[in-house]
Design a protein around this ligand. Structure first.
Ligand code: PHB
Length: 390
């Protein structure tokens, strides 16, 4: 045997010994994570923040899930419900991912939830609030780290009634998120003695707000409640201010109106009141650490979307840890995820029977470039999960 052959033998023996010592993980394939998020269009910044937040949680977990390396697959869903069934099938059927993480838009998320149910795919929703996904469509393999659309609206309806407002006009994109947000607002506001005098809508993702602002000026309501997010929220807040309405008719909304948007909105957002399950300066150790780490990694301030993506990563890390990275142990995996108590930047939370966060909703005010918590609108809110059987 030549010296070279001897060397090769030694190397092979060493590699074998190492593989044995490392146990099964050594030979294991990577955990396949499929992101289906908007990377273009009015919600593009939201998709990017979620991706960044998720990857930060994974980095803090040693870059692994349940001890295994990760392979990412990415689909830009463009916030287009018409393309959603095909897009989600790319991840489920073509790429055969172990878990799908997405999305932002409720209409797209509906198609994803349906596909997750049909194929028994693990799905973690890091934003889209479509109420029915953790209602009648609930399933053990479907999780959400964000909210139901009606919840922040409900919280603001209570705040508006408590402020003594009587006549309110609503304005939103006409699709599930806006409609359910307005529905939640209306329920609490009218229960508290107010009246929604007019519900205005425009198609998603249109931003021709002028005719609506003219009508609002003529109607002179006590306040206006709107649902917009991302690029659309930036434009609405600027147009509302430019129309001279900000100081005369209070503009209210769920926190999406001013989250991740303040740099672009500038002084037009000054003083706005919103309700959300997160605020920039929540003074808990986890939030302080999260904000510092996110800023360091990406050189921008995190927002609610980054936080929800981060918690999607934390939730998956908790589940995969419980099964040592063995994704075939599905029952144990989802049981661990369902029972997880996450130390979140929003504050610790657990999941409802329908796998939706049980959490506080804060009243926030825009001060400078921050959404500052100025009170708790609703403590420990649990969505009723109407129609959920599990
Ligand atoms: C949704 O479509 O569910 C949605 C989108 C953006 C948000 C919140 C909810 O900021």
């Amino acid at each position: 045997m030549t010296y070279r052959m001897q060397l090769t033998r030694v190397a092979c023996a060493l590699a074998g010994a190492l593989a044995l010592a490392a146990g099964p993980a050594f030979a294991q394939a990577k955990v396949k994570v499929g992101f289906m998020l908007p990377y273009t269009g009015t919600y593009a910044a939201l998709g990017n923040a979620i991706t960044n937040g998720f990857k930060l949680a994974i980095a803090e977990n040693g870059g692994k899930l349940g001890g295994r390396d990760i392979e990412y697959f990415t689909v830009d869903d463009e916030s287009d419900p018409a393309k959603a069934p095909e897009n989600v099938n790319k991840l489920i059927k073509r790429d055969q991912v172990d878990v799908v993480v997405g999305t932002v838009h409720s209409g797209v998320a509906m198609a994803m939830a349906k596909a997750a149910r049909d194929n028994n795919t693990l799905l973690i929703i890091p934003n889209a609030g479509e109420d029915s996904i953790t209602g009648a469509m609930c399933a053990p393999n479907i999780f959400r780290t964000s909210f139901t659309n009606s919840a922040p609206g409900y919280a603001m309806g209570k705040v508006a009634a408590d402020k003594g407002y009587k006549r309110v006009v609503t304005l939103t994109w006409k699709y599930a998120a806006g409609e359910q947000s307005v529905g939640g607002f209306k329920e609490a506001f009218e229960k508290g003695g107010g009246k929604v005098i007019k519900e205005m809508t425009l198609p998603f993702p249109n931003v021709e707000f002028q005719p609506f602002l003219t009508e609002i000026a003529a109607l002179k309501p006590d306040a206006v409640y709107v649902f917009f997010a991302g690029g659309g929220a930036v434009k609405l807040v600027k147009d509302y201010d430019a129309a001279g309405l900000r100081k005369t008719i209070p503009l209210l909304g769920p926190g999406f109106l001013t989250d991740g948007t303040l740099e672009a909105q500038g002084a037009a957002a000054d003083g706005l009141l919103t309700t959300l399950h997160y605020a920039d300066q929540l003074d808990n150790p986890k939030n302080n650490a999260f904000r510092a780490a996110y800023k360091k990694a990406y050189n921008v301030e995190p927002d609610v979307y980054a936080m929800q993506g981060y918690d999607a990563g934390q939730l998956l890390a908790a589940g995969t840890k419980a099964v040592g990275g063995d994704m075939s142990k599905r029952d144990a995996l989802v049981k661990a995820m369902h029972g997880a108590k996450l130390d979140s930047p929003r504050g610790p939370f657990s999941l409802s029977r329908a796998n939706n966060p049980i959490q506080d909703y804060y009243l926030r005010q825009v001060v400078g470039k921050q959404n500052k918590a100025i009170g708790v609108a609703i403590k420990g809110y649990e969505d009723p999960a109407r129609g959920c059987k599990m």
